[in-house]
Design a binder for this molecule. Structure first.
Ligand SMILES: Nc1ncnc2c1ncn2[C@@H]1O[C@H](COP(=O)(O)OP(=O)(O)OP(=O)(O)O)[C@@H](O)[C@H]1O
Length: 277
């Protein structure tokens, strides 16, 4: 028989387990009503994301990756099922500034310096000038852009602009970072470099990241969990919990363990792919 203290310990463990769940999605579907009829963007999605996970959504065009990210961010409403973010509705989580969102294009205001772009959400939050300055310096440093504060976006390369937009998302100090193909438009060498930097940043800060990509090496290199989606209707085909070491460098991509996971992702993508796309 369990003692009262053991029951209490068990309850505490269960509660702290519960506290670590960042995203909980159950039987979630989303159908868009369009002039051409309904589009089943997401169907029967079940997914759990824990604190500190790096989760990639990968799948062919139109399988619902962006829609799923937008549901988490409260930018789209599911038509069935449930979702919580930090135990709250996506709307409450958004109002609590639970997440930072990084878009496909850097989306920086060209008439503002990089520092002023990063300051914008902080001004809206009502932080003092000194607090804004502190967060700008800290996050410019984190993305290796220290010294570029007074430049305008057009004076920076595409990769630097994307790093600046990551710094802007981080400056709000969210525990959750939602990233929609942030490096999709960059050449492969720059992309490798940014993958490496993002991995180190995640490792240092232990944030939870949800990341949309089309690239198998990017998904496998960055993720602790890879969610393979397939289209019509958009659904989860496979969830791969990566057993690669947390400490990673780009040469890991040549290892048999890496290639094995990449192979499983590729098989999942092939199964869900239509060559009409
Ligand atoms: N606002 C909308 N109204 C109607 N249909 C939409 C809307 N947004 C997305 N869709 C449709 O929902 C499906 C999923 O789109 P989504 O953008 O989530 O796919 P994706 O996997 O992110 O694609 P890609 O890789 O091309 O960015 C597609 O068929 C798309 O046309």
């Amino acid at each position: 028989m369990l003692t009262a203290a053991e029951i209490e310990d068990g309850l505490e463990d269960a509660m702290s387990e519960q506290a670590k769940r960042v995203i909980d999605i159950e039987k979630l579907s989303l159908t868009f009503q369009t002039n051409d009829g309904p589009v089943h963007a997401l169907s029967d999605i079940d997914l759990k994301i824990e604190e500190g996970d790096f989760v990639s959504f990968i799948g062919p065009s139109g399988c619902g990756k962006t829609t799923l990210l937008r549901v988490i961010a409260d930018l789209e409403q599911p038509t069935a099922g449930s979702i919580t973010v930090n135990g709250l509705s996506p709307e409450q989580a958004r109002l609590n500034r639970a997440y930072g969102y990084v878009f496909q294009a850097a989306a920086l205001y060209p008439w503002r310096t990089i520092a002023k772009n990063i300051a914008l959400p902080l001004e809206i939050m009502g932080l003092s000038k000194a607090e804004q300055q502190e967060r700008i310096s800290k996050n410019m440093e984190l993305v290796n852009l220290a010294g570029f504060e007074q430049k305008y976006p057009w004076q920076l390369s595409g990769g630097m602009q994307q790093r600046a937009s990551i710094a802007r998302a981080l400056a709000v100090e969210p525990d959750l970072l939602l990233m929609d193909e942030p490096f999709g438009a960059l050449d492969e060498i720059v992309r490798d470099h940014l993958n490496d930097q993002l991995h180190q940043l995640w490792d240092k800060t232990n944030k939870t990241v949800v990341f949309v990509t089309h690239s198998i090496p990017e998904a496998v290199y960055l993720s602790t969990k890879i969610v393979v989606l397939c289209p019509r209707p958009g659904r989860i085909y496979d969830v791969i919990d990566s057993d690669l070491p947390r400490n990673r460098t780009l040469d890991l991509r040549e290892s048999p363990e890496f290639l094995k996971i990449a192979h499983r992702v590729r098989e999942g993508l092939k199964a869900g792919h239509s060559y009409d796309d």
